[in-house]
Design a protein around this ligand. Structure first.
Ligand code: NAD
Ligand code: AHE
Ligand code: ZN
Ligand code: ZN
Length: 379
């Protein structure tokens, strides 16, 4: 059946209102305009950032919308002027765009890209500032420029990475967010050196990927901190060498870590989204050089604080988006690394479900055993 140039009606999970169950709807997906790509999404995973926006706490959360940003699929058709991908290409949608032309892309200092960010932050496409999703004429907002909880989605051409077709899409969908974020936080943002002592706060997918990245970087000690002690056994397989549960200590966790490490860690990573933990993660760093990287996303209205003296005395506070990876250039390389068994991906997938079960899948994410749930979009 020829779909190119036609409106496609397909199934999507629509968030009509914050915190109300997602509803599987028949949505109309318009053809891609100039500079746009329509993707058949075959597999999507759920990330805690989807749950955060769905909760209503994200200032950029607009409703009704189609959430989802960790996925893999096949290009169905492309709009005018799109040269880097074509129908049939295997791709990973990238919420962090890479145009290679804007001030950010050319700076050599960041992976952030300015080309489409203003549009993706308000749920529309850049060309006409409108959505390509609708239900019987009512527009439904995009999310993060990806909206992968739909069997078909439209993305900007700067927001899609072409990958090796040999890669299993049901696995490499994870390379759209959580795993690269953790690895890149270590390799690109912190640039952890061999022999470093590392603290990882939060042992979910992102924290475990930090541990994996730190192990690969040659860290000598990788201290995992989580309020759920059941996380430790699994975390050992990702490189965590020691475990601390803050609930089992009277002293503040930063003091516990400083005492255990002769003055503090070289690098720490906050992978939870809790501003009190962000403070602890900074303050457990070694005086003079310790660097703390904020990875977790905290809700609107939340603010970080510490004594400025912590920074005056040489600690460095940083943050990372998508682990500092340049998406279109580096996601294909991560896929290749996975194919060469140089990075884990399968190990982060604890559940496989279908699009129709998406609400159950979100419930599962609050279960301590769950890392990533991958949805098969066409079953
Ligand atoms: N910066 C980025 O580009 C980026 C990308 C992906 C995800 N994120 C964010 O990273 C965070 C982590 O994502 P995830 O999927 O790994 O989440 P997750 O919920 O699976 O993991 C969080 C872990 O933190 C633990 N935890 C909760 N409160 C704690 C506390 N007070 N002290 C210690 N441990 C605590 C939980 O038990 C859990 O194991 C989220 O905020 C997500 O939105 C950021
Ligand atoms: N709209 C949110 C922004 C949340 C946020 O920081 N997102 C991360 C990616 S999380 C992926 O799971 C990010 O990349 N930020 C950089 C950017 O959005 O350009 C809010 O305002 O809280
Ligand atoms: Zn994410
Ligand atoms: Zn750019």
């Amino acid at each position: 059946m020829v779909t190119q140039g036609q409106v496609i009606t397909c199934k999507a999970a629509v968030a009509w209102e914050p915190n109300k169950s997602l509803v599987i709807e028949d949505v109309q997906v318009a053809p891609p305009q100039a500079g746009e790509v329509r993707v058949k999404v075959l597999y999507t995973a759920l990330c805690h950032t989807d749950a955060y926006t769905w909760s209503g706490k994200d200032p950029e959360g607009l409703f009704p919308c189609v959430l989802g940003h960790e996925a893999a699929g096949i290009v169905e058709s492309v709009g005018e002027g799109v040269t880097e991908v074509q129908a049939g290409d295997h791709v990973i949608p990238c919420y962090q765009a890479e145009c290679r032309e804007c001030k950010f892309c050319k700076s050599g200092k960041t992976n952030l890209c300015g080309k489409v960010r203003a549009a993706t932050g308000v749920g529309v496409m850049m060309n006409d500032r409108k959505s390509r999703f609708s239900i019987n004429g009512k527009p439904i907002y995009h999310f993060m420029g990806t909206s992968t909880f739909s069997q078909y989605t439209v993305v900007h051409d700067v927001s899609v990475a072409k990958i090796d077709p040999a890669a299993p899409l049901e696995k490499v969908c994870l390379l759209g967010c959580g795993v690269p974020t953790g690895l890149g936080a270590v390799w690109n943002t912190a640039k952890v050196e061999p022999g470093s002592i590392v603290a990882v706060f939060g042992l979910g997918t992102v924290g475990l990927a930090v541990a994996e990245g730190a192990k690969a970087a040659g860290a000598s000690r990788i201290i995992g901190i989580d309020i759920d002690s059941k996380k430790f056994d699994r975390a050992k397989n990702f490189g965590v060498t020691e475990f601390i549960n803050p609930k089992e200590h009277e002293k503040p966790i930063q003091q516990v870590i400083v005492d255990l490490t002769d003055g503090g860690v070289d690098y720490s990573f906050e992978c939870i989204g809790n501003v009190s933990v962000m403070r602890a993660a900074l303050e457990c760093c070694h005086k003079g050089w310790g660097t703390s990287v904020i990875v977790g996303v905290a809700a609107s209205g939340q603010e970080i604080s510490t004594r400025p003296f912590q920074l005056v005395t040489g600690r460095v506070w940083k943050g990372t988006a998508f682990g500092g990876f340049k998406s279109r250039s580096q996601v294909p390389t991560l896929v290749d690394k996975y194919l060469k068994k140089e990075i884990k991906v399968d190990e982060y997938i604890t559940h496989n479900m279908t699009l129709t079960d998406i609400n159950k899948a979100f419930d599962l994410m609050h279960d301590g055993e769950c890392l990533r749930v991958v949805l098969d979009m066409f079953v």
